[in-house]
Design a protein around this ligand. Structure first.
Ligand code: UDP
Length: 327
């Protein structure tokens, strides 16, 4: 059995990744400090609690499991919070990743899959984003992730580290089997907040900004189903196993939806009214982030077949209605 070290395996995307890794015949070893994750989401392999910045603990875990590769999901990922407290993002995301990368290289574990973000691109007027677009992040979250991409490139040149970097667009939905799903405290993401409002758990969803330069005035995002996203990670792992070397891939569908379009689709899927209020723009939000890349399809054979807005919202809604959500 091949061990894969999964940082952030107790979180939303990491827990779904552990499930598909287990299903693909790997042993996902979760390394997570539980700052935003949940011990009961670690269901598909061993759990080692620890912090990215704790080098001695990392070394011990590498020694114990001798993982063939690292999948590095653990990160803080809230744009708004990153604008209020950038130091927290540089410390946890960038410095923490440096500790992890150094530990991996020291252990001779040279295949590394990294969760980056479309937030590294920043504002590009009405352009669909591909991997060669210049990266000018406008928030500290994106900046902290771009810096990690630079570190990985340097370690590739100097230490032979092979990296697959995935730049995620907006991840949504949940495991259709209902074993794991999205659960953040506090919740800040559009779809789960909207489902809360529909369900009466919050008075209303606040639409952040209605004066953007878009057809209906609200921000546009490219939503990708979490199961499709983690499938890409298994394909990325196989790419590295085949010795194909370092590569960057966008993970988005190429279709953008405004906040108002997501609201309308949620109303249709749940057949319930969505209470909303209109508020100010949220600092750090880009107007439009939509992938214009076909690289993951061409190189990895990735097909995001669950990533319709309807399927993402109905899978999220099903998960939302399980008892898990109220823990
Ligand atoms: N959004 C919103 N109200 C909310 C949360 C999000 O209008 O309560 C908007 C946000 O401004 C952005 C989009 O929904 O345009 C997606 O935001 P989310 O926080 O889900 O993901 P992000 O794009 O920040 O990664």
């Amino acid at each position: 059995m091949t061990n894969i070290l999964v940082t952030g395996g107790a979180g939303y995307i990491g827990s779904h990744a552990c499930k598909v890794l287990r299903d693909a015949g790997y042993v996902p070893v979760t390394y997570d400090n539980l700052s935003t994750g949940w011990a009961d989401a670690v269901r598909f392999g061993p759990f080692e609690q620890g912090d990215l910045t704790d080098r001695a603990r990392l070394d011990e875990v590498f020694r114990t499991y001798r993982p063939a590769a690292v999948m590095h999901f653990a990160a803080l990922s809230l744009v708004g919070e990153s604008m209020e407290n950038p130091g927290k993002y540089w410390h946890n995301n960038t410095y923490g990743s440096l500790c992890l990368i150094e530990a991996a290289v020291a252990a001779g574990c040279l295949d590394f899959v990294f969760s980056s973000t479309c937030a590294t691109y920043g504002e590009h007027d009405n352009v669909l984003l591909d991997e060669d677009c210049p990266q000018h992040p406008i928030n500290a979250y994106g900046a902290s992730k771009r810096a990690i991409e630079d570190i990985l490139a340097n370690f590739g040149e100097s230490h032979g580290l092979n990296t697959v970097i995935f730049r995620y667009f907006n991840v949504a939905g949940a495991d259709p089997d209902g074993e794991v799903g999205e659960f953040h405290r506090p919740e800040t993401h559009l779809i789960p907040l909207m489902l809360d409002a529909i369900d009466g758990k919050r008075p209303a969803l606040t639409v952040f900004g209605t004066d953007y330069d878009t057809p209906d005035g609200t921000c546009i995002r490219d939503y990708v189903h979490v199961m499709d996203l983690v499938d890409a990670h298994v394909l990325g792992l196989r790419w590295l196993e085949a010795g194909k070397g370092s590569r960057v891939f966008n993970l988005g569908t190429g279709h953008g939806f405004s906040v108002r379009e997501v609201i309308e689709k949620s109303r249709a899927v749940t057949n319930r009214a969505v209470p909303i209020t209109e508020g100010d723009r949220r600092p750090g939000d880009c107007t439009k982030l939509v992938s214009g890349s076909v690289r993951a399809g061409e190189d990895l054979g990735w097909r995001p077949h669950r990533s319709t807005l309807e399927t993402m919202i109905s899978d999220a809604w099903r998960w939302h209605q399980t008892g898990h959500y109220d823990r």
